[in-house]
Ligand binder design. Sequence first.
Ligand code: PPE
Length: 306
Amino acid sequence: MLKATGKIWRNGEFIAWDDAKIHVLSHVVSYGSSVFEGIRCYETANGPAIFRLQEHVRRLVDSAKIYRMDTFSFTRPQLEEAMLELVRVNALKSCYIRPIALRGYGEIGVLGTKNPVDIYLACWEWGKYLGEEALAQGVDVCIASWTRMAPNTLPALAKAGANYMNSQLIKMEAVANGYSEGIALDSSGQVSEGSGENLFVVRDGKIVTPPLGASVLPGITRDTILTLAREMSIPIVEANIPRELLYIADEVFFTGTAAEVTPIRSIDRITIGTGKRGPITEKLQTEFFAIVNGSKPDMHGWLTKV
Ligand code: PPE
């Protein structure tokens, strides 16, 4: 269950959690016109710090631009500052931050360009996305019968609410069949991503992840792993992945703000590698957590102290 916090930021002002309501005829409700983010704020020895705040705000503004929704008057630095203030106001040590820009109440009809774009920033405490054990033990997943959106349908580079109808189909099918998560292929049949995670495959000490053209979200954790692997001299490339490569991989893992770095131990009931978290996954996971928790120096400037 979602755990309520004190305040939500709306268009520049803090309001009570329970007052963050929208009219049922707001454009977003009928037509799915929202763009959003998911950001983690981690507890560190120096207090709470938001992970890759600038990159998340940039992607929010990019998503809004793709949908001609970047008509709000807040700059990126103002949005960054507002999120820091949000965490301070709610006095949380660690949390998940959910910024949402939506087409609000006004006209009715598909176009929506005359409707206001309202921005909300909320945060709450959120634990482990795929379960507490998932990070160590790995998860059992399937290939979904639903594919990701074809590139000329809904743009995957935008983190838009509407894309998550596709994610819901993938996730519901997986859960209905007893899996934790589903992996979707793209419209040409290549591996794309999970319903809410990017995907990495390890074979013979080399890592592959699908390119941005494979209908994936340009994940910020994905970028973090690409960067860390290069620095650790682990060969890593972005390339198309045929479905069957997943079955014969040594290791497969998900990345995402919510899922962090989660190993996959089986796909379609086929055991991946040894059926446990693999050594490269573990190495990257350990490095990732050391950085986000502030126990290793933040060489990249990825943490913004609250
Ligand atoms: N692909 C999809 C489809 C996706 O939703 C996410 C994040 C990612 C990849 C990873 O992106 P990033 O967080 O920048 O590394 N999914 C968010 C939503 C989860 C939810 O259920 O809500 C998240 O992880 O915050």
